[in-house]
Design a protein around this ligand. Structure first.
Ligand code: GRF
Length: 212
């Protein structure tokens, strides 16, 4: 049984989608055993409580610097024997101490087709740039901002009348399908690495298939 910690700063709709996927058996042999937020008012914490999942609050003002924050976070994750860290709208960049400890065991979801439009305004930046296609990306976390190895991506067409709100909503729906899928692949040991490329092992042949 893999133990998952979800880190979220906001609404936590991705957290909810992951919990639902586990409850439906779409992800097996894994449980979310800890939800962590840096924001006291994050609705993700309320969702965790409703599901009876232990919660922890890590406020940045309680630590002198990023490194001590991340060391305390790491200590809690290790004390809870966490196998996989899932960032779901966690709005802090993690320092190398965390990245190194959870190399290829820490995922993030981003609302654009990386490496296009990284950063906090992925949806708005794509819309403002005028691209016709955008989407979402699940990737492993490395030392950079939204720059780690890509696990899954899915695209959607931008409509002429899209606003940041309408596009965000459609991307969220994609995210809610894609994140549980990526987690399930990881839990089942189906992701292989070659340099910065991720491959999914094909059950039937054992041959790796490049992710599209
Ligand atoms: C998602 O759009 C995700 O791509 C980004 O933060 C948002 C989190 O949404 N990293 P929610 O809190 O899961 O509803």
């Amino acid at each position: 049984m893999k133990r998952i910690a979800v880190l979220a700063s906001g609404n936590g709709s991705n957290l909810e989608a992951i919990l639902t996927a586990i409850e439906r058996g779409e992800i097996q042999n894994a449980r979310v055993t800890l939800v962590i937020s840096d924001q006291e008012k994050a609705y993700a914490l309320v969702r965790a409580e409703k599901h009876g999942i232990p919660r922890a609050l890590f406020r940045k003002e309680d630590y002198p610097d990023r490194e001590s924050y991340d060391r305390a976070l790491l200590a809690l994750l290790q004390a809870n024997q966490i196998d996989l860290v899932v960032l779901a709208g966690f709005m802090r960049l993690l320092s190398p101490v965390m990245v190194e400890a959870f190399r290829n065991r820490m995922m993030n979801i981003h609302p654009s087709l990386l490496p296009a439009f990284p950063g906090r305004r992925g949806v708005a930046d794509a819309l403002a740039y005028g691209v016709k296609v955008t989407g979402c990306t699940v990737h492993f976390v490395d030392e950079g901002m939204d720059s780690g190895p890509i696990i899954l991506q899915e695209a959607l067409a931008i409509r002429e009348d899209d606003t940041v709100e309408s596009l965000t909503e459609r991307i969220h729906r994609l995210e809610h399908r894609l994140y549980p899928k990526a987690i399930d692949l990881w839990v089942r040991g189906k992701i292989r690495f070659e340099g910065r490329r991720c491959y999914i092992e094909q059950a039937e042949t054992g041959a790796p298939e490049r992710l599209g």
